[in-house]
Design a protein around this ligand. Sequence first.
Ligand code: SF4
Ligand code: SF4
Length: 512
Amino acid sequence: MANETPETNGPQEQGKTPEETASEAKAAPAGGGGNAPADPSRRAFFKRVAIGGGAALAGGGLTYAGTQAAIRGRAIDNMDAAIQTDETFKPMDQRDLIFTQALSPVISKKHPERDAQYSKLNNKKFNFHEGAKTFEHAVPFDNSKTGFTQLDKAIHHAAWYPLDLSESHSMAFAQPNTRMFPWDQSDVEKEQYEFPSKEAAAHAIKSAARVWGASRCGITRRDKRWDYDPLYDVLKGRTLSWEKDFPFEPKTVIVIAIAMDYDALATAPAWTAESTIGHGYVVMAQIASQMAKFIRGLGYHAVGAGNDLGNSVAYAVAAGLGEGGRHAQLIVPGIGPRVRLCKVYTDLEFVEYDQPHDWGIAKFCLSCGECAKACPSKALPFVEEKDSGFGFQPTYEFSDEPGYTWNNHTGVLKFHTDAKRCFNFWIENDSACGNCAAACTFNEPDYWHHWFTMGMSTVAPGFLHSLMSKMHPLFGYGETGDPHKVDKFWKTGKGMRVNPKMLNNVSTAGYT
Ligand code: SF4
Ligand code: SF4
């Protein structure tokens, strides 16, 4: 990693013997009281354990170069092999997204059986659309409840405010053609800029993404498998066709990952977590709209997108940004799942495409399962559910009830989740949750030891994966629902030295 090498970590640990460091780590309260991730002695201990354990297991056979290879991943030549589909696959109809069921009065009225089935199976009356109507405004703040006070509610709402002002909040619910992501192409320059090479085009696109705040940017071919089809204008209640309504035929999809703040997300599922979730959406809208405008200025058609138009995780995997995890989110090497994703669809095709990569993350998830343990709504498959294929299969039924997985994309080999239970918890929490991302073993502010251990995985993958997922919470990473983390978050601005070592601002933690 560019700034996470052993050399740059070394000085943090100078002046202490390994025994002193280990003793400090042991003396700290279990769970870390919310301060563990920022405690350098504990990090140092964890690193040493990882190094020592890894080195012992590897018997000196693996080198730093091997670690670097683990961080870079293995390129996959065949795009179809990155995410496999079977004969039951068909494109995802946007009307079958949980977000559409929740936001659209038309779809809600058309499918009352979905609410009825969910209510019956979960033994409570629940209506997705009714719940969504007051979402984020239903539960009054309580100043005696850390994480749910007026202070916490205020930062939650303020984080989203630019999207409210631009009438584009609905793009988080996959609404297409919002003000931030207009389909209007009247400003496409008449003259098309000609790049000297495909490589130069890719460099220019990624340079623009970087300067506007992207943590990662990848470029892939448009793949109709990952587009919602038909599209659905939730606000107008009508289906949209790619051929008849979308303003051009896309050839390329640029995918951008935006890192969220470690300390804010660590407070999940408290309302303070929304300070970075909402802000992530604002940056998505900002960068993707700037990128689309940039490409239109070069004489090519372009439309920015947030959660709309297509499956961002699938496109991000194809663009080589990471792998899908058990929690169905993208896990980005060096950042983890702590990212938001946006896309730009364009007809510019004279560009160098990225390849998907294999980092062994999905394999890791088979024996981890920390996210499933942290999920308050049991929306994620547990590791123990071996008879059900760990949830990693082309389809995954969360119940014996026929049709229960109406909102899942069948025919895709991945971890399937129950977004209905997830969304139900959001309504009860009056806020998005984020526990699964915060608890993820890959969600750490300091990474190189993690990838060192992953590099050792060829020696004893099952054992090391299991060890890594068990040690993660032991060192205070990943615990959720911890009020101490809310207190810690509200002190991260002290002196504005939020990231003196840039540990949390992972946008700079590149892996080159
Ligand atoms: S966001 Fe929360 S409720 Fe939803 S899947 Fe993740 S942990 Fe579960
Ligand atoms: S917590 Fe573990 S199982 Fe869940 S996504 Fe992260 S690595 Fe995979």
